[in-house]
Design a protein around this ligand. Structure first.
Ligand SMILES: [Zn+2]
Length: 319
């Protein structure tokens, strides 16, 4: 795996100075200004360049992890030196996949609907990219923190993009009966899902495993939502699997596959998804990208003394 620090990341001083002006028009008025340089990390996967971008972050209360008590989750955060009074910090990572002919974005962040977010347009601008230069957006599932950026401000923010989303999620999140029976904290996801279907007539509703381009495949990871998918990037012997909400910081993989998250509507299915994936990924040493892990969300599940842990991947200075 050839991995290198982005030249743009090295030039962050200049990028950061340019950002507030360059990105102002693209950000919603309610979005925060970048507090500092926009983080960028870049790795090579065969012929693909994968750039980690971040829309921002939000803290999830310790009570949001069914399967463990809030005290157990907080103790784990303390042991990892990441405990905050506000809970477990979730980053919202997105991944831009480029091979010289097309630009595919995986997820689009919450765009100001949760926490301190709305920075994806600034992150794209730091790569000298506008939203209209994105050819396709893969939506790993229809929670607001993954699709909000596609419909921010009630507009189609990626006007030239094909949108890929699993048809099981489309069916669930556009069903008025399901919406009527859902708790308040899922209502925004229902509303934004309807916006997505209305604003993107080129939406491709796929099902399960599905190759969308040479070396870019959707992977069925049903559990977190009915149509929760991952994305495998593969060229020759090199690969990366983006697993979206398979892994949450602090609790996964170390506390076990039976730790859920409040937003998971089918907890046994989410448990089964993790029970299938964690040992296999550890055995294979799979390079993983995960939405909510600390930026850039790149790492591996490592088995050590009978326990699993997250090992961040070296992504810089790998040539
Ligand atoms: Zn998520």
């Amino acid at each position: 795996m050839a991995v290198s620090l982005s030249r743009r990341a090295l030039g962050l001083g200049l990028s950061a100075l340019a950002l507030p002006v360059a990105a102002q028009g693209a950000r919603a008025a309610s979005s925060p200004s970048p507090a500092g340089p926009v983080p960028l990390a870049q790795i090579k996967v065969g012929r693909f360049t994968v750039t980690a971008l971040a829309d921002g972050h939000a803290d999830m209360p310790y009570t949001y992890f069914p399967g463990r008590t809030p005290e157990q989750v907080e103790a784990a955060a303390k042991a990892q030196f990441t405990a905050r009074p506000s809970g477990v910090r979730f980053v919202f990572n997105q991944y831009l996949v480029e091979d010289g002919t097309s630009r595919v974005l995986i997820d689009a962040g919450p765009a100001g609907t949760i926490g301190q977010t709305g920075l994806l347009p600034a992150a794209l601008a730091a790569r000298n990219l506008r939203p209209d230069q994105i050819d396709a957006v893969i939506v790993t599932h229809m929670h607001q923190d993954h699709l909000g950026g596609l419909v921010a401000g009630g507009k189609r923010t990626f006007p030239n993009a094909e949108v890929y989303v699993d048809r099981r999620d489309v069916a669930h999140w556009t069903d008025p009966a399901k919406q009527a029976g859902a708790p308040d904290y899922l209502q925004t996801s229902f509303r934004l899902s309807s916006d997505l279907v209305r604003l993107y007539p080129r939406l491709q509703a796929t099902q399960g495993d599905h190759q969308i381009a040479r070396g870019v495949s959707l992977v069925d990871l049903t559990g977190h939502t009915p149509g929760h998918i991952g994305v495998r990037i593969e060229d020759g012997s090199e690969s990366l699997i983006m697993v979206s909400d398979m892994l949450f910081p602090v609790v996964h993989p170390s506390l076990g596959t039976d730790v859920n998250f409040l937003f998971e509507q089918d907890r046994p299915a989410a448990h089964a998804m993790r029970a299938r994936f964690f040992p296999r990924a550890a055995e294979a040493g799979s390079l993983i990208a995960a939405t909510h892990m600390p930026f850039p969300g790149l790492g591996r599940i490592v088995a050590e003394g009978g326990r699993l842990r997250w090992a961040p991947a070296d992504w810089a200075y790998q040539d």
